[in-house]
Write a protein that binds this ligand. Structure first.
Ligand code: ADP
Ligand code: MG
Length: 677
């Protein structure tokens, strides 16, 4: 019978993601305590987790600033002090003088009075010692270790831990049987190697990590199979040569890298199942024109194209570029974003619905329920990882709901490290632009302590005297948007005083769209010398004449963000400089970030270091979801296991489809949705 109490506890377990028996089985310990032996007081050392038995010699409740319970116990080798700052009457009783007790805790101290344990666990002396290490589980408020242990063991006794891996595969990779691995991790024998258990290098852990990575690979290929069963328009025809006319229009020749990725994309679009391709290229590598080529190909075959960007500023820049390229070729382009008046929005949506608009650019407004297309053939999503998980899911669902799904091309300047690509984006085909367009001069990065601001202002004057423009990026205030806005306004005012006679503009996310557009065009048209901006300029802004960027409080920004920002300069032929202005003292992490920025401009190297510093969650834009991606495996350290898992997934699907399904069922239940995006 379920009592109120047990439902409260179930809620607490549910908060840890523990609902079904198997969730408990896979709730693996963080570490272990060794309660298998008794130590002699005389042999204790500070920092040791120890268990001793001794006779209570003295116990008293003292007021030393606050009320505390202290006691001293003794065995034949020495004395140990015990202390509790919170205690119940029952605990006072437990340490009655003259009693033999067992205590367990961390040894501290080395004061004049010898060693001490604070808040030790007291138990009955002489009780049989465990022959197993005691697991310590991830916990949450209101759940204690004994409760968790009990629930886990109950689940272990109910479920069948049959192996989902065929014998042959276990042998090939010398994997421990699943049941054995699970039992060992929950209840290791006392002689188990605790170091390898904690570092997750123990064979039992290797098995679990293998299983986890395998499940992920299986889920990915399931997603791929689902996609390949979907229908899309196969864009095979010759068309009227719109792609060639577009290329004549853009005014530069494609680099070989751009040419190569364009071919990869056009080849995908000829399939009768939807393309799912990620176009990856560092900031400024020229992804836009590649997207435009894909768009031209689709339009030439009689389909509509949608281009979606995560912010209105970026979407607007795309709209300008695409309409400047396509309108002269007789293609009708449209604009759809949240800031349009309802009437205009309705009109724009109607033009999309009846097919008048052949190419529409906009924000997430494009994937809202009421927007329908006449014949959507291609969806281009820029900076895809910046869309929230929810938006990405609704995009995926929108594609799945349609009888004929559009081809999808995502673009990202955030390079995904190889291991991450392999484990999480296995269902994406990736094209990489690995070479910048010609004529770029690398950006020189300089680190300036804030004290040298005066020197910097002189430099700003000089750059502007030479007819160039400057970005001044405001400090990031992560905690509060209002504060961020205030800081931007302050910086703007301060710079107006410090740089008299210069034309300075302020751009931030809270400005009405029209004003943002006006300021951006003013900067574009060189009606402004300095653009003071928040990170709204991080993506997509393209003003080749801007050759100096100053990032204030650079130590507050993340590595990927700094790299994106820096990519805004160095777009013209001028020698460009990015100054990272920082406030001392710097934390170790901030120092490492700034150093990385100084040392390299290679987006992949930056991404690798970023991954090292922050972990994979943020790469995938899943920070907000709070969902850990991999619970046990480490994406970098376990890359070799991931590779084995990938091969195994292919093999299992071909030769052991039932085992593959069972494995996926066991592992991927709640994650299925996330794996699709
Ligand atoms: P990103 O990959 O960051 O989106 P863009 O597509 O905005 O980069 O391109 C950056 C700049 O490089 C733009 O000004 C674009 O016109 C220019 N560009 C792109 N490809 C070439 C090329 N092959 N030759 C010369 N300039 C190019
Ligand atoms: Mg871009």
């Amino acid at each position: 019978m379920k009592t109120d109490n047990s439902s409260v506890i179930s809620k607490k377990f549910a908060a840890l993601g523990l609902v079904q028996d198997f969730d408990f089985v896979l709730h693996l310990p963080l570490r272990y305590e060794d309660e298998t032996a008794l130590h002699r007081i005389g042999s204790l050392y500070p920092g040791q987790m120890a268990q001793v038995e001794g006779i209570v010699r003295k116990a008293q409740v003292q007021i030393r600033g606050r009320r505390q319970l202290t006691a001293t116990i003794e065995d034949d080798s020495g004395q140990l002090s015990l202390r509790w700052l919170h205690f119940y009457p029952s605990q006072i009783k437990a340490v009655e003088e003259g009693r033999l007790i067992r205590v367990r805790g961390e040894v501290r101290g080395g004061s004049f009075w010898g060693f001490e344990m604070v808040h030790p666990k007291v138990s009955r002396a002489g009780a049989p010692l465990s022959d197993r290490l005691t697991p310590v589980y991830p916990a949450t408020d209101g759940l204690n270790q004994p409760q968790i242990r009990k629930a886990v063991n109950a689940a272990l006794s109910r479920v069948r831990l049959d192996d989902t891996l065929p014998e042959a595969i276990q042998q090939q990779y010398q994997l421990a049987p699943f049941a054995q691995a699970i039992q060992l991790l929950h209840n290791p024998p006392k002689q188990a190697d605790t170091v390898s258990l904690i570092e997750k290098t123990h064979p039992a852990w290797e098995r679990i990590k293998f299983d986890e990575l395998l499940a992920q690979q299986l889920a990915m290929s399931l997603a791929r199979a689902t996609r390949q069963n979907q229908k899309a328009y196969a864009m095979k025809g010759q068309g009227s040569g719109l792609v060639q006319r577009l290329l004549a229009q853009v005014g530069f020749a494609l680099t070989s890298a751009q040419d190569r990725v364009s071919r990869e994309i056009l080849a995908d679009m000829q399939h009768s199942y939807p393309m799912q391709r990620l176009l990856q290229g560092d900031v400024g590598s020229g992804k836009t024109v590649v997207a435009a080529i894909a768009a031209a190909h689709a339009i030439d075959q009689g389909f509509q194209v949608a281009v979606m960007a995560p912010t209105e500023i970026l979407a607007e820049q795309h709209f300008k570029k695409f309409s400047a390229w396509f309108e002269p070729l007789g293609i009708s382009t449209g604009w759809l974003a949240g800031s349009l008046t309802p009437k205009k929005k309705q009109q724009a949506a109607a033009d999309v619905a009846n097919g008048t608009t052949e190419l529409v650019v906009g924000t997430q407004a494009l994937i809202q329920q009421h927007v329908s297309f006449e014949r959507l053939g291609l969806m281009i999503v820029d900076e895809q990882h910046r869309f929230g998980v929810g938006q990405r899911l609704s995009l995926a669902r929108k594609g799945e709901q349609q009888a004929v799904a559009p081809h999808q091309l995502s673009m990202s300047a955030t390079p995904i490290p190889r291991t991450l690509a392999m484990t999480f984006f296995a269902d994406l085909d990736v094209s990489v632009i690995d070479k910048l367009p010609p004529g770029r001069t690398p950006v020189v990065t300089k680190l300036f302590a804030d004290a040298r601001r005066g020197e910097l202002l002189a430099h700003v004057h000089e750059v502007i005297r030479q007819g160039r423009q400057v970005y001044w990026v405001c400090p990031l205030v992560e905690e509060s948007e209002a504060l961020q806005l205030q800081t931007a306004t302050d910086t703007f005012q301060r710079l107006q005083e410090e740089l008299p006679g210069l034309r300075i503009g302020l751009l931030h996310g809270r400005l009405p769209t029209q004003e943002k557009t006006a300021i951006m065009s003013a900067f574009h048209g060189h009606a402004l010398d300095v653009l003071v901006a928040t990170t709204v300029i991080e993506v997509g802004v393209d003003v080749p004449n801007a050759s100096l960027m100053i990032i204030e409080h650079a130590e507050r920004f993340g590595l990927a963000q700094l790299h994106q920002l820096r990519g805004r300069v160095g777009r013209g032929n001028n020698e460009s400089v990015c100054v990272l202005l920082y406030q001392t003292p710097l934390s170790t992490v901030a120092t490492a970030r700034l150093k990385a920025m100084y040392e390299t401009q290679d987006g992949f190297e930056i991404a690798r270091r970023d991954l090292e510093q922050r972990g994979p969650g943020e790469f995938l834009g899943m920070r907000q979801s709070g969902m850990a991606l991999l619970r046990f495996a480490d994406i970098e350290l376990d890359a070799p296991i991931a590779e084995q898992a990938r091969d195994t997934a292919v093999l299992m699907q071909a030769q052991y489809p039932e085992a593959a399904a069972a494995h996926l069922q066991r592992w991927a239940r709640q994650r299925a949705d996330l794996l699709r995006i």
